[in-house]
Design a protein around this ligand. Structure first.
Ligand SMILES: Cc1ncc(COP(=O)(O)O)c(C=O)c1O
Length: 367
């Protein structure tokens, strides 16, 4: 059986190093915001070529805290609108709501699955304050165009980089925007539990965020802001310090698999993902489309290949957004709905072998 993602195997090469970290952790007896969190914040900021990394509890909190931080600085206010792709994972949208802001959904491009920049301008109102660019499946959204629209309209761009650790534009990893990362175990850089981080070059925002994640406090028992408790766990930070040096190699392996899928799969019933072969894609997921998804998924399963669907129901069709809440269920986003009806994620991971990839290709080509 080719598993969709064999996390036990992904992490097994790090076991000795994890044990050493655990032993050191037990020896220290210091459990919250210790040396490992500090070290990871330094390491990940350096990796992202950024001045600040704020370690937090998970990717959702990273996003929520960024919005709360901007509100604290007076750059956004309760009720302001944030533009977000309609086909994103629901966490992006929920984070906006959690910060008392209003999500405004925009269709993605069918080819790239990222927000269609040409549709943003029409959705901008006097209440719009930000665009949340989501780098879905590991591919960067069209940041050049999005940043230009933001500049013209005096908007803030926030990047949801939960699925895109290590993806970058041109030669430069540095982003002018604040970015949110998730270290959920299945992510390209995954912890052994929940974890997240914010990357920012905005010193003023960073200062507020370091407090906001810790009850709004910089000095123990003195609270400057109404913060929350969302600190990156010390042990998860230790594990992430072990794994971070391998991230680029892992991403390169993912790209190698993607190239093999892209050149090998030849079947009219399958639409392959678009990629311009630059480093703007780290293939967190390799997502194909097909009209008879259930049939294809069953066929692959019969042949020992596990697949997943990211995601079966679009956010606006979720029960959570029923008439009693937002009333989004009646909205129509045809591209988003088509994507959610047709997408299927093939196995891809840092430990997948070339033979396994070739087997998946062979089975797909005989479908
Ligand atoms: C695009 C996107 N944004 C945000 C999140 C939230 O991250 P977490 O699960 O760490 O809260 C995820 C997690 O799956 C995600 O895929």
């Amino acid at each position: 059986m080719i598993l969709f993602l064999d996390l036990k195997k992904v992490n097994s090469i790090y076991e000795t190093a994890f044990q050493e970290k655990l032993n050191a952790f037990l020896g220290k007896g210091y459990y919250i915001l210790g040396d490992e969190v500090k070290l990871f914040e330094e390491n990940f900021a350096a990796y992202c070529d950024s001045k600040n990394c704020i370690g937090v509890g998970n990717g959702y909190d990273a996003l929520t805290l960024i919005f709360k931080g901007y509100i604290q600085l007076g750059k956004m206010q309760k009720g302001d609108e944030v533009i977000v792709p309609a086909n994103t994972y629901i966490a992006s949208i929920l984070s906006i709501i959690q910060a008392d802001l209003v999500p405004v959904l925009v269709e993605p491009k069918l080819e790239t699955y990222t927000i269609n920049p040409d549709l943003i301008q029409d959705k901008i109102t006097s209440k719009t304050k930000a665009i949340l660019a989501v780098h879905l499946y590991g591919q960067l959204a069209e940041l050049d165009k999005i940043n230009a629209i933001a500049l013209q309209n005096n908007l803030i761009v926030v990047e949801d980089a939960a699925q895109s650790h290590g993806a970058f534009l041109g030669k430069n990893r540095k982003s002018t925007n604040t970015q949110a990362f998730s270290f959920y175990p299945g992510k390209n850089l995954g912890a052994l539990g929940d974890g997240g981080a914010i990357i920012t070059n905005d010193e003023e925002l960073a200062k507020v965020l370091f407090s906001l994640r810790n009850y709004g406090s910089e000095v123990k028992y003195l609270n400057n802001y109404i913060g929350i408790n969302s600190r990156l766990d010390e042990l998860q930070a230790a594990f992430l310090n072990v794994k971070l040096p391998n991230l680029d190699v892992d991403n390169e392996h993912r790209r190698t698999i993607a190239k093999r899928y892209l050149s090998g799969i030849k079947n009219d019933k399958i639409t392959l993902p678009f990629w311009d072969f630059s480093d703007n894609h780290v293939f967190h997921l390799f997502v194909i489309r097909t009209e008879n998804r259930k049939e294809l998924q069953d066929y692959l399963k019969e042949n020992g290949i596990e697949t997943m669907i990211h995601y079966p129901v679009p956010p606006h069709k979720q029960k959570a957004f029923s008439p009693e809440t937002s009333g989004w269920n009646d909205l129509s986003f045809p591209i988003t709905e088509k994507i959610h009806n047709e997408v299927l994620s093939l196995p891809i991971s840092p430990i997948m072998t070339v033979d396994e990839v070739d087997f998946v290709v062979e089975i797909l080509n005989t479908y």
